[in-house]
Design a protein. Sequence first.
Length: 171
Amino acid sequence: MLSRKILYAFLTTTFLFVMNSCGVKYGFTGGSIPEGMKTVNIQYFENIAPLVYPTLSQNFTEALKERIRNQSRLSQVNQDGDATFEGFITEYSISPAAVEAGTDRAAMNRLTITIKVTYHNKINPKDDFEQPFTRFKEFAGNLQSAQEETLGKEIIQMLTEDIYNKAFANW
């Protein structure tokens, strides 16, 4: 019985030692930020969508900064970072997702936000990308301003996660 415990402790210790000495690093954020990358510059994302929600640009830009601040070791700088995020909000739309039976009114609507992101990586330029990211949420009936703000925050959360994963987790 004692020899099993000793064997188990030895195998566990050996496993942990081997995993620690490997070149692969595991973390809970899922990121793989290049070794030499120390700084990031996040430009203001201007809203050029036909339908403009007044605080969307500020909310999105700050949410992206916060996600990178919370999930990475990168320092944010105002210019000339090792990595740069820039782009535009190209879509903010509300469209019908399902029509109510017997009427021409929408029973369900969809709020969609699209962000066109350009990412420059000075450490690994092959990781640069330029692409749109789109997310949406559906809601019942007419959109109230409080509901619109809540849905917008939820969509921004999903968008910043997608952008972070594309830049640093290669997903």
